[in-house]
Design a protein around this ligand. Sequence first.
Ligand code: ADP
Ligand code: MG
Length: 233
Amino acid sequence: MLKIHQLNKSYPIGDSSLHVLKGINLNVEEGEMVAIMGSSGSGKSTLLNIIGMLDEADSGEYILDGLPIKNLTEKKAAVYRNKFLGFIFQSFNLINYKNAAENVALPLYYQGIKRKERQEQAMFHLGKVGLADWAKHLPKELSGGQKQRVAIARALAANPKLLLADEPTGALDTKTSHDIMAFIQQLNDEGKTILMVTHEEDIANMCKRIVRLKDGVIMEDVKVTQDRAENYV
Ligand code: ADP
Ligand code: MG
């Protein structure tokens, strides 16, 4: 599904530069559920942004679903993103003046899907996250957990091969975090490949594999051995 080889990324700072990712090697197979962990500043978001084609590496190889991701134009990157990837963010990133159904329907608009079909798809995916009755509500009328469910429905709407999440539970209380994680686990059980950044151990333990980054290097890459259900407290 995803192959990364000797990936490097630096950010310029003044006359010098900050080497953020230092020769990352990572393979993710279809159906995996991977947590990327590491302290603040270790390069987690940078790696996820490169995987999400929101940013580009300086060197190294990145192959997504057999397709080399290199020197893409903005337009091509947008097409690939739409086709392959769904995104979930800590801060939900919903559009405030659009209701839940309209938020979910938005990626379908960019895919050129007709209005009626968009509405049907949006309702289907809102139903999947248990929010069919909230379709007409604006984000400000929803709880944090509900907003993240809408964001998940939006991420799923375009039927991505890979779901990317940057601290998806970072803005939620413990109970809601575990509910959201249980839902993401369910998606994984249904076959969706998931890659998420987190700095919370209990959240990472609800994934199947943990990759630990430190100062831009992968220090550890392990399977979560316990039954994931046991981590659901
Ligand atoms: P994490 O998500 O693990 O907290 P990041 O990937 O966001 O870490 O950042 C890694 C390092 O790169 C940090 O030191 C951060 O300040 C720096 N950094 C991130 N993005 C940029 C940028 N666009 N320009 C300059 N430095 C950046
Ligand atoms: Mg980050």
